[in-house]
Design a protein around this ligand. Structure first.
Ligand SMILES: Cc1cc2nc3c(=O)[nH]c(=O)nc-3n(C[C@H](O)[C@H](O)[C@H](O)COP(=O)(O)OP(=O)(O)OC[C@H]3O[C@@H](n4cnc5c(N)ncnc54)[C@H](O)[C@@H]3O)c2cc1C
Length: 386
């Protein structure tokens, strides 16, 4: 802040999506649990209403403020290609689904019940600037000052996938049908389909005997999601599911692209998918988001206690794991046709516990060895050395 200028807030959170709302809920939960004073926090969000725009899936193996909101858990998960399949099972760490509307409702109620948290909807931020010992946030309605800012917007430009990585593009439908016939205890994570130029698969979650969440997903080098809906509808037809009602749809293009994480200035730090928090090799973000926002909330409460604001980006995962992911993506870019073989080998050659730790960003060295041992060495050695 410029000398003599009082901040409007201790902290401003730019964007109240998964990361912004998780941070707000962690702040409230941890301040209550440890008897720490809550900072004065304002969240700025352009959306004026929240809709059920996505579902979050992850392996249910950690505590977070939204765990009670999980609606579905599958104790088996499988990867398949044609007649081949690899199945893993665990009662301890099932695959879980949390619908966005439940999370949004819970987080908005949490903010409403806490006088130190304010959510301003309909507020679009155009820029965030460091200023003296704080930061200035410019919105379309004016400017605000804070001791620190956490910015969860996507950056204006993302690194291209021209060299490394993919765009994960998908369209999903939640459908109701008379009887789909899929086993409701098994989540089908990847059922590989014949696509000539890139890996593509069907992701299918039987919600109950009459409801399915089903997605057509492709790993593409171009940012192009044009035909995934028609591909999905054709697949449903081929699978004999043609008498159904669409209850909800979701689609996206997610960057499976390794991003350099900025250190930030201590006063302004970036968070969320736009800051490279999503796991590039998997497209999963929920678990690392909970770990990252918890770590940030701990720092913010300590900064507020001390009156010294200097925030550091959280450590989300080990550096060697990020290196493994880069090698994996590089190898997959060179051999997209081998995706079914490699994913089947991964799930067949590891245990459910190893895989759930690996997918939720918390593998130990033994898990990494099991993962590496499950894959054919030559293409990965070449990718590692290139
Ligand atoms: C359909 C879909 C399904 C997904 N499924 C999964 C899944 O199953 N598992 C998983 O781990 N991940 C999943 N993801 C990936 C990831 O978890 C989500 O994208 C998640 O919402 C990202 O969190 P975020 O906070 O980074 O971004 P967002 O949740 O998008 O939040 C960013 C916020 O910033 C706001 N904003 C944008 N511009 C401005 C501005 N100028 N000023 C102020 N605010 C602004 C936005 O309105 C938004 O609310 C999915 C993503 C999508 C889109």
């Amino acid at each position: 802040m410029a000398p003599g200028t009082a901040p409007d807030h201790d902290l401003i959170i730019v964007g109240a999506g998964l990361t912004g709302l998780s941070l707000a809920c962690w702040l409230k939960e941890l301040s209550q649990a440890h008897g720490q004073r809550m900072p004065n926090v304002r969240l700025l969000e352009p959306r004026t209403t929240y809709t059920n725009d996505r579902t979050w899936c992850f392996w249910d193996r950690m505590d977070h403020p939204f765990r009670e909101l999980i609606t579905h858990r599958w104790r088996h998960w499988q990867v398949s290609s044609g007649q081949q399949r690899a199945i893993q099972s665990s009662d301890l760490t099932p695959y879980a689904l949390l619908p966005a509307d439940r999370l949004y409702r819970h987080a908005l109620a949490c903010i409403d019940a806490c006088q130190e948290l304010t959510l301003e909807q309909g507020a679009r931020v155009s820029s965030v600037e460091e200023e003296g010992s704080g930061a200035r946030v410019i919105t379309d309605a004016g400017q605000l000052r804070a001791r620190a800012v956490v910015d969860t917007r996507m950056p204006a430009s993302l690194p291209g996938s021209s060299v490394n990585g993919f765009w994960q593009v998908f369209t999903g439908l939640e459908i109701e049908c008379r009887h789909h016939g899929y086993d409701t205890t098994t989540a089908r994570l990847m059922d590989f389909q014949a696509c000539p130029s890139h890996p593509c698969f069907v992701y299918l979650l039987p919600l109950d005997e009459h409801h399915l969440m089903v997605e057509w997903t492709a790993f593409r080098t171009e940012r192009d999601n044009r035909d995934t809906r028609s591909q999905l509808e054709q697949w449903l037809d081929r699978a004999g599911i043609n008498d159904y009602r669409v209850l909800r749809s979701e689609s996206s293009l997610l960057p499976m692209i390794p991003m350099r994480r900025e250190r930030g200035t201590g006063r302004v730090i970036r968070a969320g998918v736009g800051a490279g928090w999503m796991r590039a090799a998997t497209g999963y973000h929920f678990a690392s988001c909970q770990r990252g926002t918890r770590h940030l909330a701990e720092q913010i409460l300590a900064a507020n206690q001390r009156g010294q604001w200097h925030l550091r980006p959280p450590t989300l995962r080990a550096r060697w794991l990020e290196w493994m992911d880069r090698v994996f993506l590089r190898a997959l870019r060179r051999h997209p046709d081998r995706a079914p073989e490699w994913f089947l080998a991964l799930f067949a050659g590891t245990t459910a516990a190893q895989m759930s730790r690996f997918m939720n960003d918390e593998p130990g060295p033994g898990d990494a060895l099991a993962i590496a041992g499950a894959l054919p060495p030559a293409p990965f050695l070449r990718a590692a050395l290139s």
